[in-house]
Ligand binder design. Structure first.
Ligand code: ADA
Ligand code: CA
Ligand code: CA
Length: 231
């Protein structure tokens, strides 16, 4: 969501730039170690999309990632993602700050664990390649419209996740007829403008269990109620 955010000088001063070697391998500068030996979390500026290679894991170590020059976090399409997960890549343990731009792009068979979207941009995560994508733990808030966008046939699992202040949590690409299978397991959803999940495809299925919902007008918008099941 794009609002009137601006940073104090202190916050700017505390930012640490991320660097990239020629072969595309990313290194995150480590924040200072305190007297107790604990590392304080850092804010890492991301000036070009961080690519997590096929089968690789990017562990954010509790740091916050903030896009600079990748978009404004509005509903404009065409903003860049902060992370691009190639096939089989994993992303874990980090926060994504305003502006969320186009969030995380997943190219299939990805795991996203303990990622907190502090202020969702155009959307939070898009499935852009076939396969399964699991989002486990973490949360997302302040999404003007969608949180998770499914643009390819996939199995999408959302587990132990909390979402608040959104339009819809999960949206299969509007007008698409490919099959998606969604699993919602032990999630909490509150204050949504439209619904939890929406699809226009009559072959898509959604399974849910252990779900808590408040302040959302509709749970599902699918062609038929028979596409929604518990498990
Ligand atoms: C909308 C838009 C698509 C695509 C999608 C996305 O559905 O119509 O073209 O940009 O958002 O991936 O965010
Ligand atoms: Ca969009
Ligand atoms: Ca998008």
């Amino acid at each position: 969501m794009k609002t009137n955010h601006f940073l104090g000088l202190a916050a700017i001063a505390s930012m640490i730039a991320i660097s990239c070697s020629k072969d595309g391998e990313w290194t995150t500068p480590q924040p200072p170690v305190s007297a107790s030996g604990a590392r304080a979390a850092a804010v890492v500026e991301v000036r070009s999309t961080i690519i997590v290679g096929a089968g690789k894991t990017f562990d954010g170590a509790g740091n916050t990632y903030k896009a600079v020059g990748l978009g404004d976090g509005s509903q404009d399409e065409g903003q860049k993602p902060i992370f691009r997960l190639e096939k089989g890549a994993k992303l874990r343990n980090l926060r994504i700050a305003f502006p969320g731009v186009d969030g995380v792009h997943c190219y299939g068979d990805n795991t996203v664990e303990n990622v907190v979207w502090e202020d969702v941009g155009e959307d939070a995560l898009t499935v852009k390649g076939q396969g399964s994508v699991t989002v486990s733990g973490g949360s997302a808030t302040a999404a003007s419209d969608k949180i998770f966008q499914l643009n390819q046939p996939c199995t999408f699992t959302l587990r132990n996740f909390t979402a608040s202040n959104f339009g819809k949590v999960i949206r299969q690409l509007g007008g698409s007829t490919f099959k998606t299978t969604v699993y919602i397991d032990n999630c909490r959803f509150s204050n949504g403008k439209e619904c939890i999940a929406r699809s226009d495809a009559s072959t898509s299925l959604l399974y849910y269990r252990g779900m808590t919902v408040s302040g959302v007008p509709k749970l599902w918008i699918y062609p038929s109620a028979s596409q929604i099941r518990t498990y």
